[in-house]
Design a protein around this ligand. Structure first.
Ligand SMILES: C[S@@+](CC[C@H](N)C(=O)[O-])C[C@H]1O[C@@H](n2cnc3c(N)ncnc32)[C@H](O)[C@@H]1O
Length: 203
């Protein structure tokens, strides 16, 4: 394997020295809303999914996908059909590059959380998101989005977070309204990361 490629949870990812990544950094617009790398919460999400696999061929929407590692994991391990949603389309070349290295296809769509409709959500079985609740106003935005998803019949919602304050505001509302559960999680590979998972089962 190329010396600038690593693997975690069976998913390949490129180190910053990799020529494809350097070329993208030189030639493309750069992500502007923190979608500039893989965040540790992606690993927490993959750790959870490894222990709680999704049904094969689930339809998965990854919210605030950034470079999309968790969605790639779902496509690779569960043959899931995955759509990565992000407000910042500068992240998509990075996602597509990693999808190619992992030999999976991921659909992408530029969209703000606020604009994702109930009809759109009804096409998915599972919503995932890693480190997407980092500004105060996001707690309310994501609570409303989760409300639409539950009404639309999405069966499972999993959001991982490094324990930022807005995430706990979101978690409190989701525990009250949707009987959400919070689970602590930490991983040491491919690097140390710790935080919480918010899990909603909509049966
Ligand atoms: C901290 S990054 C996490 C990226 C990725 N999930 C990960 O774990 O590596 C947050 C992502 O959410 C996206 N984002 C921020 N606000 C958003 C919004 N209102 N609607 C959609 N995406 C948004 C950003 O562009 C960025 O890619």
């Amino acid at each position: 394997m190329d010396k600038y490629i690593r693997e975690a949870y069976g998913v390949k990812f490129l180190l910053s020295q990799h020529k494809d990544l350097r070329r993208l950094k030189r030639n493309s617009d750069q992500p502007a809303i923190h979608g500039n790398k893989f965040w540790g919460s992606s690993y927490l999400l993959m750790e959870y999914l490894q222990q709680h696999p999704l049904p094969a061929r689930s339809k998965v929407m990854e919210l605030g996908c950034g470079w999309g590692l968790a969605g790639i994991y779902c496509a690779k391990h569960f043959q899931a059909s995955v759509t990565g949603i992000d407000a910042d389309d500068a992240v998509f070349p990075y996602l597509t590059l990693h999808a190619q290295h992992n030999q999976v296809e991921i659909d992408t769509k530029k969209q703000y959380f606020e604009k994702i409709t109930q009809a759109q959500l009804a096409q998915y079985d599972v919503l995932i998101g890693a480190d997407i609740c980092f500004w105060d106003e996001m707690a309310d935005t994501l609570f409303k989005l989760i409300n639409r998803a539950v009404k639309a019949g999405v069966k499972k919602i999993i959001i991982s977070d490094p324990e930022r304050a807005p995430f706990f505001t979101l978690a409190e509302h989701c525990t009250e309204k949707f009987y959400a559960e919070l689970e602590s999680c930490s991983v040491s590979q491919p690097r140390r990361a710790s935080g919480c998972l918010l899990i909603i089962e909509n049966n």
